[in-house]
Design a binder for this molecule. Sequence first.
Ligand code: AMP
Ligand code: MG
Length: 424
Amino acid sequence: MKKINLTDLYEDKGCLSEYDPNSLSYNKAILYLEQLIQPIKKTKKISIEDAEGYILAKDVKSSINVPNYDNSAMDGYVFRHQSLKKNNNKVKLFGKILAGHPVDSNKTSNVCFKIMTGGMIPKGFDTVIPQELVKIDNDFICFDFQPKKGANIRKTGEDISKNEIALKKGTYINPLHIGLLASLGISQIKVFEHLKIGFFSTGDEVVQLGEKIKPGQVYDSNRYLIKSFIHKMNLHFNDYGNLSDNKPKLEKQLKKASEENDLIITTGGVSVGEADYMKEVLSNIGKVLFWKMSIKPGRPMAFGKIKKSFYFGLPGNPVSAAVTFLQFVKPSIKLMMGNSRFEPTPTLEAKLGQKIIRKKGRTEFIRAHLKKTVKGYHVKPLAQQGSGMLKSMSDANCFIFMAEKEEVLEKNTNVKVILFDGLI
Ligand code: AMP
Ligand code: MG
């Protein structure tokens, strides 16, 4: 597929034959997002304690060996392997080595030390046997098998060697990475700056919490939904509240938000209804890069650019807003933050509990419930699949993933499942 870039899109609309901004397949939308989104360049130094959720802006090299000394992997006894032959697997016990308390082995020969896990292997010693396999006979240890030379010793640098790259630029930092950095003695790292993310919901019918709801109105669930997704990513959320369906007001707010943020997200008003203005407003002040996708739920989703900031106009229906956020916005945020690629959502296979028939043509995310049984994983779609029904989404624990071309998923066949755990 031809590589596209923003300049092509701005300047040469006609030449991109396979790029149809009015109806993109799920896979193409991902591909284009990967090509169009540039990471923000600003970096900063931070303490590793605050680094979770940031993206590494520079490779991290280790300046030490880990472990930085040969040490015992067991509570046991350490000796020179050659001592065994001389003493017929009976070795004199000379002393004790605790972790953090190395001993001098210079004047020892044909002896062993009791050694604790993490204890430093004395110079010239090369083998450890676990204490469970040893009999004590006065001042001697004895055993009735031939241990392998080098057994149960963690060698210097076997985890990471000095000057090796421990973490690559573009790594999305999680607690394991933080532990690894600490094991290297690194307290500060260079990361990409967090994005500034601005948000507003739209709709004349949308009312705020604390207000009394009248017939014809809905509470603003989207603003809270998207806000907590953003907070879960440890990112700051510039909240511009809710706007009514008023074109000049929407345009003014979108323009302001684009000047103050790297990314703007809105919900509602991207469809083809009479009061759906977001696409028009976007094209007045920026560029619509695409706005319809063959996915369900969430067909209308505007993606565009206003000066330097990117824009996602999510559908108003809360489930569609959630799905488009998780499938497109969240990975795009990570791309903007410096993640090296659009992370595909991990799937697992599960046996389908009931047949699913539908009209093909859209990638579909079916709310479902996954259960582990003695026979493996079983998944069942939930009865309610309306794109406004947040209850069934919050009852679900996974999506069944249906590819564009699939029409039927047979009962008892293996289907692809995306777990909410890890996704949300
Ligand atoms: P729209 O995309 O603006 O046509 O809205 C589609 C549906 O989503 C309508 O039923 C709206 O009432 C509903 N909706 C829009 N915005 C919100 C919101 N912030 N919270 C909850 N529902 C909303
Ligand atoms: Mg609306």
